[in-house]
Design a protein around this ligand. Sequence first.
Ligand SMILES: *Cc1c(COP(=O)(O)O)cnc(C)c1O
Length: 236
Amino acid sequence: MNLAENLAEVISNIERAAKKTGRNLEDIQLIAVTKTVDVDVIEEAINLKLTNLGENKPQEIKRKYEVLDKENLNWHMIGHLQTNKVKYIIDKVCLIHSLDRLSLAEELQKKALEKNIYVNALVQVNVSGEESKSGLEPDNVKAFLEDIQKYDRIKIKGLMTMAPYKPNSEEVRYVFRGLKKLSDELKEINYENVEMKYLSMGMTNDYEIAIEEGSNMVRIGTALFGARNYKNNEEV
Ligand SMILES: *Cc1c(COP(=O)(O)O)cnc(C)c1O
């Protein structure tokens, strides 16, 4: 694994896809997904200016947050978030990508109030309809945004989705197109505390297609760090 080389390739792919839609590299935020990646490798990533880091387990964010540079890193919670784990991460992350239910919103509001902070979140949407994926159905997002208006400590910054894995990533283009369309529709409505600023979509297998369809935040693990080794970390 040569992280610098992998990163150079990912960056050039991001740039090429961004240009196709009249955007630049700087318009796309790259989140390095560091789940199962050891702290010494993460430090190498940080030296390469990868400062937006994504994890899908609250305990991992907490553990790595404690030992890594606190000033310059932005942690992203990208996986399913159990309400009883909110307390571990709420004051450590810059963005929660997986807000998908009212009970979680309620807990975020409660813990944010306790700590006197605001919490930034994306609403996770299950565009593909795959049963194994979490997220709201696209048709329910509007009502959800209305319901969470009462939680004034939550700032919605956009939407997130995960596409199903397909060897031919062209087959998931419709997923990204669907999320972009939903985001554009929601932009027309002026909710308080809701901004459709970020579209978090695209992973190793499909980030170029996601960017072509309007993504401005990609979450990439394997293409940077190589295949994950779950020997010491069970997959979620
Ligand atoms: C693991 C994970 C990623 C990164 O996946 P890769 O295929 O390794 O790039 C992105 N998003 C979420 C939610 C993940 O859990």
